[in-house]
Write a protein that binds this ligand. Structure first.
Ligand code: UDX
Length: 479
């Protein structure tokens, strides 16, 4: 049997065994949640935007939606009832929900590769029904273009079947896209890929250990996922990246000739608005107000990464022993297998007012605060871009997937971060925090503030991201 066909048969078999819950039809939203039921002129066009239902994907998609809305497009945001963001409709900005019948518990029990396949399968029927409904609404303006997360690769085939243009939006770095491609095409799924310092051919300075490998029980599905998301993004009417030519020109230049349509690097999208799934704890800001300038290390590992209790212990004591003020985001599901953060007992008493732990922070506001001097991050692409936009240097501790590639860019290419060992250890934490906040970190802080200016320039009139956005808008107007 042909390898792809075999994989697809395997996946179908696997999904049939997982999809025990019936897929509920799309639930229409009450009218109060719709900005307008019908789209009428004078909008420049009607765009439907659909994200992968995780914070790191939702945030840039909503930013893109707001940017395009401000340029005269009618926007319909589609989200899943699973992990729904808190969004308010407004004139010309409509919100639709599709129902998946997927519980948080079920999703949590799946590995990351399994989850992406299940979500692609589960979303297809209700998303299709919604698209058909939007297309046939009486008196409405038909959808002119779909903009969907590259990871939601099923939308490419669907758009082709429905005769609608689709643009893919890749919310992570373009270098990581090349890393994924290399894993699949060259079969780099081995131990070496996880540990070796050797440079990946044609991808320098990425080392084998920086490749965006994801630990999974299903390596064949991982390979299928990569091939689906890359080939379908490359086949889309356009591929949009939340990055800038000023940050990643070499990778973008390698991707452009592989794509059927144009590639637009329009980022970093960095509007101040929030689209958090979790409630932001605003006491961070009043606490930061009490700290000296550039004295605090902000510590957060994004919305997905899970740690074990021994890692939490090392992080906690490393931060405490550094003697520097810290603001640490400890999500309620941060510790694998437990519903509690598992901080060491007596830890907060010992730290006193020198540390603040919250479940979720208003991250962009935190990074922009004058008291923050460094960001200890897992190098999620949004965190990376937000730190660059704030000119804050990073301590890099990538956990999985694109984060490893991003860490290499931060530390080696842009020189605005310090690489940490994979095994977290309190002595190293203490040393890196001090290094970033004290005199030794001065050069890195200077580079971070230079990089901030470079990125700002690319977003300003005549800059590469500015021009890319204008070209994207022109293409969208002609859809
Ligand atoms: C995931 C992947 O890990 C990431 O590498 C990929 O690029 C996108 O999907 P995540 O792990 O959540 O995302 O990290 P990141 O990309 O940094 O996104 C997290 C987002 O949540 C950021 O926009 C950040 O501002 C926000 N956030 C995080 C908060 O608003 N408050 C917090 O307390 C923590």
């Amino acid at each position: 049997m042909d390898k792809n066909l075999k994989l697809q048969t395997l996946v179908l078999h696997f999904l049939n065994s997982r999809l025990t819950l019936p897929i509920k039809p799309s639930t229409p939203l009450p009218n109060s949640l719709m900005a307008e039921n019908r789209v009428s002129m004078p909008y420049t066009g009607h765009l439907v935007l659909f994200s992968y239902p995780y914070q790191g994907h939702i945030n840039p998609m909503i930013q893109l939606a707001r940017t395009l809305h401000s340029r005269g497009f009618f926007i319909t945001i589609v989200h899943t009832d699973y992990n729904a963001p808190h969004l308010e409709p407004s004139p010309g900005f409509s919100i639709e929900s599709i129902c998946l019948g997927l519980s948080n518990q079920e999703a949590r029990e799946m590995d990351k590769v399994e989850l992406v396949l299940v979500l692609n399968e589960k979303c297809r029927p209700p998303f299709r029904a919604l698209m058909e409904d939007l297309q046939s609404r009486k008196g409405g303006v038909p959808v002119s273009c779909l903009i969907t997360d590259a990871v939601m690769y099923f939308t490419q085939d669907l758009a082709e079947e429905l005769g609608i243009k689709r643009m893919a939006f890749r919310t992570s770095s373009s270098t990581s896209t090349l890393g994924f491609q290399a894993i699949r095409e060259k079969g780099y799924l081995d131990e070496r890929a996880d540990t070796s310092d050797e440079l990946v051919p044609d991808l320098s300075p990425i080392r084998f250990k920086d490749l965006p490998f994801v630990k999974t029980k299903y390596p064949d599905y991982f390979s299928l996922f990569i091939s689906s998301f890359t080939s379908k993004s490359f086949r889309a009417s356009a591929l949009i990246f939340n990055t800038s030519d000023s940050l990643e020109s070499p990778a973008l230049e390698k991707i452009r000739p592989q794509c059927r349509g144009p590639v637009y690097a329009i980022g970093p999208l960095n509007l101040p608005s929030s689209s958090s799934i979790l409630l932001e704890d605003d006491k961070c800001i009043s606490w930061l107000d009490t700290q000296p300038p550039r004295s605090v290390v902000y510590t957060s590992f994004g919305s997905i990464a899970g740690l074990d209790s021994s890692q939490v212990m090392e992080i906690a004591w490393g931060l405490a022993n550094s003697g520097r003020p810290f603001l640490w985001v400890v999500r309620s599901d941060l510790v694998n297998g437990l519903n509690t953060a598992g901080l060491p007992s007596g830890f907060m008493d010992q730290v006193g007012s020198c540390g603040l732990v919250v479940e979720w922070a208003p991250q962009k506001k935190v990074l922009a605060h004058r008291a923050v001097g460094a960001f200890w991050t897992h190098c999620g692409w949004n965190s990376t871009l937000e730190s660059i936009c704030a000119g804050v240097p990073m301590a890099c501790w990538p956990q999985f997937s694109d984060q490893r590639v991003n860490s290499r860019l931060i530390c080696h290419v842009w020189g605005v971060g310090a690489e940490m060992r994979r095994e977290v250890e309190r002595g190293e934490v203490e040393m890196v925090v001090r290094r970033l906040l004290e005199r030794e970190g001065e050069e890195m802080r200077e580079r971070a503030s230079e990089l901030k200016k470079v990125v700002e320039k690319s977003l300003g009139k005549g800059g590469s991201s500015y021009d890319a956005l204008e070209s994207l808008i022109l293409q969208l107007m002609s859809c």
